[in-house]
Design a protein around this ligand. Structure first.
Ligand SMILES: C[S@@+](CC[C@H](N)C(=O)[O-])C[C@H]1O[C@@H](n2cnc3c(N)ncnc32)[C@H](O)[C@@H]1O
Length: 245
């Protein structure tokens, strides 16, 4: 099994694949100033939950891009079920390869998927090309909670940085941070537990599966990482960025 196979199993009962809540995604929508008829592009959209919430609550339309066929399929089914297929398009492919029309969106978002461009700074650079003058960005990103992270863990996660670096890069790209919507420890626990419960449910249903051992190992490795490192050293927040230069 590859990483995406594990994710497809782990996320079977999850709609939001980040340590956050529908209420916080709606708060981000309000901070983005989303209004009827606005167009939003969401990179690494997963099951399109953010786009659905923003379409139902603010009347947006737009595009979600995700590389994983199983996520795209679930997103499309959800949009169909909610009567939003004509307003939200799902593009199944690498976010960095998607040729969007420059300046054509009121907001560009990337909630927990800056690996699409390998990091926060290149994500801001790429996403800002999508928005109209005065449009906003929202980026969900992990950050180190302190400068004391155990060396072995810090070096294994080269794309995580301290929050002040995210702020510097934001300014370098001509934006200011307008607002931050931060995850609580409880939301981390909820998100991680959602993954574990998905994996454990699959294990319960597949006692003789030839790849069962791999799934058990994946579950235990992710729990080891969470309890040993992530819980103590990694924060997560959504940053709303407004262009100022
Ligand atoms: C942590 S999940 C976040 C999903 C969604 N934004 C949410 O908050 O529920 C990251 C998503 O990025 C997608 N992804 C990974 N690499 C990608 C790429 N190169 N281009 C587009 N999507 C990608 C994954 O399939 C996954 O659905």
């Amino acid at each position: 099994m590859d990483f995406f196979d594990f994710k497809n199993i782990a996320e079977r009962n999850m709609e939001i694949v980040n340590p956050t809540t529908p209420e916080k995604l709606l708060e981000v929508g309000r901070l983005l100033g989303l209004a009827e008829g606005d167009r939003v592009i969401d990179f690494g959209c997963g099951y399109a939950e953010a786009l659905v919430l923003w379409a139902e609550n603010f009347g947006i339309s737009g595009v979600g891009v995700d590389v994983r066929p199983a996520a795209c399929e679930r997103a499309e089914q959800k949009l169909h079920g909610r009567g939003l297929s004509d307003r939200i398009e799902i593009v199944c492919g690498k976010g960095a390869d998607y040729a969007f029309e420059e300046g054509s969106f009121d907001a560009a978002t990337c909630i927990g998927a800056t690996f699409v461009w390998r990091g926060f700074l290149p994500s801001v650079r790429a996403m800002k090309r999508a928005i109209r003058p005065g449009g906003r960005l929202a980026i969900g990103e992990a950050y180190w909670l302190s400068d004391d992270v155990p060396h072995e863990y810090a070096t294994s996660e080269p794309e995580i940085h301290q929050e002040h670096r995210l702020l510097e890069w934001t300014r370098e790209e001509g934006f200011d941070v307008e607002a931050v919507v931060r995850a609580t420890t409880g939301e981390w626990d909820h998100y991680e537990s959602g993954n574990w419960r998905g994996l454990l449910a699959w294990l319960g249903e597949n006692p003789d599966h030839p790849e069962r051992r791999e799934v058990i190992d994946h579950l235990r490795e992710s729990q080891d990482e969470y309890f040993r490192y992530t819980r103590s050293w990694v924060g997560w927040a959504m940053y709303v960025l407004l262009p100022t230069e």
